[in-house]
Ligand binder design. Structure first.
Ligand code: SF4
Length: 51
């Protein structure tokens, strides 16, 4: 979320995952440049970029 150069990743304000955290979500997907920084920086290595 902090490293996305487009600033299009946020914590979903209206959803919680089974661990009790707000999951990350991409807003304005059309602005994604497929740079994959989010995937490289994700501490849990759970992001894949399809584009
Ligand atoms: S690939 Fe990830 S970091 Fe890069 S613009 Fe898209 S959402 Fe942001």
């Amino acid at each position: 979320m902090h490293f996305c150069p487009q600033k299009i990743i946020r914590l979903a304000p209206d959803r919680m995952n089974p661990s009790g955290y707000h999951p990350a979500e991409v807003v304005e997907q059309e602005r994604c440049t497929s740079c994959r920084i989010c995937a490289l920086m994700c501490p849990d290595v759970v992001i894949e970029v399809y584009r």
